[in-house]
Design a protein around this ligand. Sequence first.
Ligand code: SAH
Length: 340
Amino acid sequence: MSIADALRARIATEGPISVADYMGAANAAYYASRDPLGAAGDFVTAPEISQMFGELIGLWLADLWLRAGKPGGVHYAELGPGRGTLAADALRAMRGIGLQPPVELVETSPALRDEQLSRIAAARWHDDVDGLPTQGPLLIVANEFFDALPVHQFVREDDGWRELVVATEGEGFRRESGPAATEALPHAETGAIVERSPASAGIAAKLARRLAAHGGAALFIDYGHERRGIGDTLQAVSNHGYADPWEAPGTRDLTAHVDFEALHDAARAEGVRVYGAIGQGAFLRAMGIDLRAAQLAKAAPERTEEIVAARERLAAPEQMGRLFKVMALVAPRWPEPEGF
Ligand code: SAH
């Protein structure tokens, strides 16, 4: 049975389902069945653009670890590692500084686990963050992970807030107003939509608690807002373009802007220090992307144009530099991070 059929059957018995339930089921099916990354897939992510991205993240982590006094028992943990490209680049950069941690990958997709296995010799896989090791500092990375997690949507109507739900319409799906919700954003006008991702906030809180207890740091990179706002940001991406989220669930990537304010609040409440979110461009420039690009171009002059283009794509404000944001969580008693 396709995921569309499964969702139709569920709606027929239960009635309309939340946007979050629809998004969660659609994305689980989407990622389980394919490698969506790269030119031949649906979208391209920063680590697939250039090795510089993963390398600078590896350096950021290794630098903190060095200045924390090289604590033992440290693990590298990545959430939603895609093809494993970022992890491979980060681990190589870390190795250059004398850090070779065991690798823990949180990944639900069997197709992507295979890709990761081909690039990372030794790793352990986990279905969710609860499987991460419970002892020792963690160096955590999540790039374009939180944007794939389910969001609930609420709409302001004349008589108050309602949750938006997904119903069937003929062979397809449509979104409509559902039950009254206590959700409230002050001063919102009729028609305003707000999004909340308890799944994302819950993961940020768990990671923060883990860091506060045993040390380490996390870097979250994603596109989204520094401040919580109004807006329907849920979108479907297929074949490098926008598609209808309410059509053909499981065949296209559903994403929503990440609410960095919610991640910040969830993490702070667990006792870690939070930095950012700042623009990806500002972070990469502070971490030395210009120098790294120059080094790579010097080593391979025939590739200069490609290297410069990749640097611009990652860091220029009108490309990924501003829309994408970087947020860091740092354990108590660990040093101030670079780049913020
Ligand atoms: N970080 C990679 C891939 C981003 S795509 C990159 O930058 O290229 C999103 C990743 O998150 C995929 O690996 C996908 O399989 C994984 N993912 C999505 N939802 C997940 C979930 N609920 N639990 C664990 N992994 C998930």
